[in-house]
Design a protein around this ligand. Structure first.
Ligand SMILES: Nc1ncnc2c1ncn2[C@@H]1O[C@H](COP(=O)(O)OP(=O)(O)OP(=O)(O)O)[C@@H](O)[C@H]1O
Ligand SMILES: [Mg+2]
Length: 246
């Protein structure tokens, strides 16, 4: 079966890209899928949230020094390619390289293991690291925080993605828009309704509710299924995984 490679994207920060990469990945692995998550953000929050600090080998070496992707196992069926702050040096190097946009795609083609899912955590920008992810990916998951101004930014990013898709990766699909940090306020409710009305079938039925357990879990260096298996967040990400598998 073909690998589904999903890029977690939004140029806005703090919307839940990293949280979703970790927990959708873990939930898919718990459904018996073989999953690789890739930290492609110089902030390295995905690695840090698993207590992987200063890894010896990280994505930088694959992107900039053409080494093979350094894969680490973290749980059953669940692997990671970590990052560190060193990745911030990658942008300049890659821009100066004629194949700089295609490095991640090349690296993924040379993986020795078959994965059912590869999830790529992108930085909050549409720079060369995100473009690498969009070229390597088969689909995009657009992470949308249910807060004021989220919709305005959404139209812009949809147009930019369309532009990139035409020029660089015509097979790239919008896998879906995921609403995150949904709460009971009227603003949040209005935004969920507006996004669902505007983008209809593209919006995941599962929404991720605001849940402080996610913040606590990441401080503890644990995923939500380990830290609080009965929490709303564990339920939401479990449902999202089922919806993604289809
Ligand atoms: N559903 C949620 N409920 C409550 N807090 C959340 C939820 N999702 C994420 N958070 C918290 O919000 C913060 C930002 O989340 P996260 O790091 O996943 O966003 P991001 O889009 O990856 O940010 P960046 O763009 O900086 O990489 C984190 O502290 C995280 O624990
Ligand atoms: Mg992040």
């Amino acid at each position: 079966m073909n690998t589904r490679i999903i890029a977690m994207v939004n140029h806005k920060g703090g919307v839940g890209k990293t949280t979703t990469t970790l927990h959708l990945g873990k939930a898919l692995s718990m459904l018996g899928k073989n999953v690789l998550i890739i930290d492609s953000d110089p902030q390295a929050n995905l690695s840090q949230s698993l207590k992987i600090e200063d890894p010896k080998k990280e994505i930088y070496h694959a992107l900039c020094e053409k080494e093979k992707l350094p894969v680490q196992n973290i749980a059953t069926n669940f692997d990671i390619v970590p990052a560190s702050l060193a990745l911030s040096g990658a942008e300049l190097k890659l821009i100066g390289d004629i194949n700089g946009y295609f490095r991640l795609k090349e690296s993924l083609q040379n993986l020795p293991t078959h994965y059912d899912y590869v999830l790529i955590d992108c930085p909050p920008s549409l720079g060369i690291l995100t473009v690498n992810a969009l070229i390597a990916a088969t689909e995009i998951m657009l992470i949308v925080q249910s807060q004021y101004l989220a919709i305005k930014g959404l139209q812009t990013i949809m147009e930019l993605i369309d532009e990139l898709r035409k020029n660089l990766n015509q097979h790239l699909k919008i896998g879906g828009l995921l609403l995150t940090q949904v709460n009971r306020t009227i603003v949040s409710k209005n935004i969920v309704e507006a996004v669902q009305a505007q983008h209809e079938e593209k919006v995941f039925k599962t929404v991720i509710r605001q849940n402080v357990s996610l913040v606590e879990a990441s401080t503890m260096g644990q995923d939500i299924f380990t830290y609080a298996p009965d929490s709303m967040a564990a339920e939401d990400y479990g449902n999202l995984a089922k919806e993604v598998v289809g």
